[in-house]
Design a protein around this ligand. Structure first.
Ligand code: 2NE
Length: 276
């Protein structure tokens, strides 16, 4: 209801080597501000994009040209988080900050995620684009953290990952002054990968996706894992480790351990080379 989810057609997939999954936040009348429901719907889309082996790259965008996302919907912000009026537990409303779970989901998604940004990209919406692996901005894009103006902040990736992207001084400027920055400034700061005319945004995003689809999915996965692990401590190593285990399970050496156990015999690992 609050998100549009699309995937490439089979013919395009065959030609391009994989599908593009496109997730569009669809609340243009609110500059694509998110509610707990928007986030839940986005989580289902990202889950599908992860599980669908034909999907090689994911695009996140906002409906219309005026906004990518304006962050949490302030009209449903309660005292403990954002509240979906339709959701109750034990007769009580459930306050949520489930956008933080979504950030982790995008971060851990083992496929590249591209933010395709037109218009305002502010508050929690700005953090979503920063979490995406790449950002392609239209020349009408405007970036900023508005939290301190509306009594909010993100002391997680929204602060620390931003400082890795643009440096400590600029990150503090962006948060403490809560100014808006145009697309050119964002490019100079290292917040986005490129800026294109608004009319070319969709085409340029598709071009980047197709280039990615031509490359080795496993190489991309491990590279994303490694770049994250350098920032994410033990949780990042766990993610990288998971990919290493997945690869090892596909090897003869991994399979020998499994087979030996099931056949109730000692494993013979001597047949496998010890690489230098
Ligand atoms: C985004 C911005 C700068 C756009 O300005 P403009 O002038 O283009 O549009 P306008 O008229 O302000 O907005 C159009 C309609 O969208 C609603 C407005 O209230 C307005 O509604 P009507 O008057 O037509 O009924 N709207 C826009 N953004 C909204 C929002 N976030 N929540 C609810 N309604 C929204 C300008 O609209 C703006 O500054 N928006 C607020 C940005 C903001 O402060 N976002 C929240 C930051 S905190 C956050 O996202 C967060 C966090 O920090 C930590 C955890 C989770 C979330």
């Amino acid at each position: 209801e609050e998100v549009i989810y699309e995937k490439s057609k089979i013919e395009d997939m065959r030609r391009e080597g994989g599908k593009i999954a496109r997730i569009t936040i669809n609340r243009p009348e609110k500059r694509n501000a998110f509610t707990p429901k928007t986030i839940k719907e986005m989580q289902r889309c990202f889950d599908d994009a992860r599980d669908d082996a034909t999907v090689g790259v994911v695009v996140l965008r906002g409906a219309g040209d005026l906004a990518f996302c304006s962050g949490g919907d302030q009209s449903v912000r309660g005292d403990g988080g954002y509240v979906d009026e339709r959701e109750e537990r034990g007769g009580k409303k459930v306050p949520r900050l489930n956008v933080l779970d979504l950030q982790m989901q995008i971060r851990r998604l083992p496929k590249p995620v591209i933010a395709s940004v037109a218009g305002y990209c502010v508050g929690g919406g700005h953090i979503l684009h920063m979490i995406c692996d790449l950002t392609i901005a239209a020349d009408n894009a405007v970036f900023g953290q508005t939290g301190p103006k509306v009594g909010s902040f993100d002391a997680g990736y929204g602060s620390t990952h931003m400082a890795r992207l643009i440096g400590q001084k600029k990150a503090r400027e962006m948060w403490f002054l809560a100014r808006m920055y145009d697309a050119k400034e964002a490019l100079n700061m290292g917040l986005v990968n490129c800026v294109v005319p608004l009319k070319d945004l969709e085409r340029e995003t598709a071009t980047w996706c197709r280039e990615i689809l031509r490359n080795s999915p496993t190489a991309l996965r491990l590279t994303k894992n490694a770049l994250n692990a350098a920032e994410d401590g033990q949780a990042g190593i766990q993610d990288l480790g998971g990919s290493a285990t997945m690869l090892f399970y596909q090897s003869g050496e991994g399979a020998e351990g499994r087979r030996a156990f099931l056949e109730k015999r000692a494993p013979d690992f001597s047949q496998f080379q010890r690489f230098p």
